[in-house]
Design a protein around this ligand. Sequence first.
Ligand SMILES: [Ca+2]
Ligand SMILES: [Ca+2]
Ligand SMILES: [Ca+2]
Ligand SMILES: [Ca+2]
Length: 361
Amino acid sequence: MGFITHSTYYQPTRLLSMWVVLFLVLPQMAWAGGTPSGQVIANRVSVGYVIGNIADSRSSNTILFAVDKKINLLVTETTGAPTLVVAGQPAAVTTFHITNLGNDPQGYSLSATQANGNPSINGVAPFDTNNFNGAGWVAYVDANNDGIYEPLIDTATSISSLNPDATKTVFIVSDIPSSVTSGQQSVVRLTATTTAVGGAALTASSSADTLLIVDTVFADAAGPVDIAHDAKHSAYAAYLINDLTVTLSKTIVSVQPASGPVVLNPASGDTVLRPGSIITYQIVASFAGTGTVNNLVITDPIPANTTYVPQSITVNGIAQTDAADTPTDNTEFIGNTITITRGTVTVPATNVVIQFQATIN
Ligand SMILES: [Ca+2]
Ligand SMILES: [Ca+2]
Ligand SMILES: [Ca+2]
Ligand SMILES: [Ca+2]
């Protein structure tokens, strides 16, 4: 809108005022996912002005067009970490989200498959190592939207309808073989393909855009195993075998009075736990499962009100030095703490039995 007005110094013979108005013949509504397809938008430009005392106006022609159907979706894995499973576990679950980034409700068909040893389809970190293949992969929709796979409830294998901007959880469920060991990983992938509501296949409009025809436009990006503009998107997930456990137990195995050689058993009710008594502690590390434990370090601070008996540590019956003389015996007593470094342990493995002595202050 613009005006030219007279002033003390400027006396035009004609006063002209002019305004330009843009008409958008469209209900003033907002849609979260963008304007739905088929909505007709009309557009014309008008100009108004006054010459002398006579008002006049002119309008342009009106342009009409229909909003096209935009197809876009996003598939993501939800945790960023492999699902921990054990050998032989049935119905192991990985979890994905599918989001409708288009402007209309859409359906989605789902495909769950193994990403096998081919590096080009072997996932991206942390889903980038495939040591074994599972079996029977099926993608199930989280029907009650609680993020938990429930076999009797979450039975649908496709999404019938998902509104614009809405997200649905999908699980890949597969069986873990029994012949696997801890640390091995299996990479799987989910591909969602956009359909019409109810599941009918979609086809992108092939000709140049026609203003008043609702074209179907594939606007999706490329995913790990899908290309741009194919109405699909995909993501990786993984199962990681972790059936290894390390269990520590600590007991008092004997108490020796301050003087005299007799070794008594406190569990039998002997009351020799008095100042000067020497306690022999025993720590047993035991292992369950199969695979490899890395960086195994056992630490034990000496209890309050006791004093460590120098050079009293044994491991599996073999005397150790207190010094940090790694790698001679990988055992040390430093900072009032016993530290036993075992490093890599291949399981099944025999127990590690540690004993040391402390005097009651
Ligand atoms: Ca559920
Ligand atoms: Ca069109
Ligand atoms: Ca795509
Ligand atoms: Ca040592």
